[in-house]
Ligand binder design. Structure first.
Ligand code: ZN
Length: 216
């Protein structure tokens, strides 16, 4: 066990091959050069709903190996995935010339789910991005006020109903006149981040942008 700790056997997150010294410690060179980088803008899926965020950025398209890495991050305790993908998310923001005076706000998880998982993946991503971008992470600005059911298989309309009013700005949080960047893992319909953006705007936030690992 101690030897494993001193000389860890790093495997590529994407293909599982053993990594050579000098390679990035998360992905082999082969997988790293073939990532599904996203270049298209991300918008709210439901055209009837009002979009409350200003702009949304996704570092990748939801394809292998990124999809596999996200599942690892969410369901298999692979917290290190956050370290691997956060620089790409930071790069997406920089490319979009997003305001350097923003604070990063991770989408809060239900308390119960966070206990089960041991961490909030959005918070890990925000912490990693903060290192690259020199921004602060404000993890107590948004609260989850409603227990929601996992929405993987829901239609957009049901998702919206499920999430309506699920987020609120914490009492006394300093929001008015400030800019925020909401951080989440996947942008599917955009309902989750849109609800978060609405809560921030309601409390006087000037600009709210969004960054995610991948768009579905
Ligand atoms: Zn690989």
């Amino acid at each position: 066990m101690l030897l494993d700790f001193l000389f860890p056997n790093y495997k590529c997150f994407a293909c599982g091959c053993e990594l050579n010294a000098g390679e990035n410690i998360y992905l082999c060179d082969n997988c790293a050069k073939d990532l599904p980088i996203n270049t298209e803008p991300v918008v709210l899926v439901n055209p009837d709903a009002k979009q409350h965020f200003n702009k949304a950025y996704a570092a990748f398209r939801y394809q292998e190996p990124i999809s596999k890495m996200i599942l690892g991050l969410k369901y298999n305790d692979r917290a290190q995935v956050a370290t691997a993908v956060a620089p790409y998310m930071a790069a997406a923001l920089i490319k979009g010339r997003e305001c350097p005076l923003s604070a990063l706000v991770p989408v809060p998880l239900c308390k119960k789910r966070q206990r089960e998982r041991g961490y909030n993946q959005a918070e890990l991503l925000a912490n990693e991005m903060a290192k690259t971008l020199g921004l602060v992470v404000e993890k107590n600005v948004l609260l989850r006020t409603k227990v929601t059911t996992p929405q993987k298989k829901m239609t957009v309309a049901v998702r919206e109903e499920n999430l309506r009013g699920a987020f609120a700005v914490a009492d006394g949080a300093d929001v008015k006149g400030r800019n925020f960047i909401i951080v989440d893992d996947v942008f599917t319909s955009g309902t989750t981040v849109n609800e978060c953006a609405q809560a921030l705007k309601k409390c006087g936030a000037t600009k709210v942008d969004v960054v995610v690992i991948a768009r579905a």
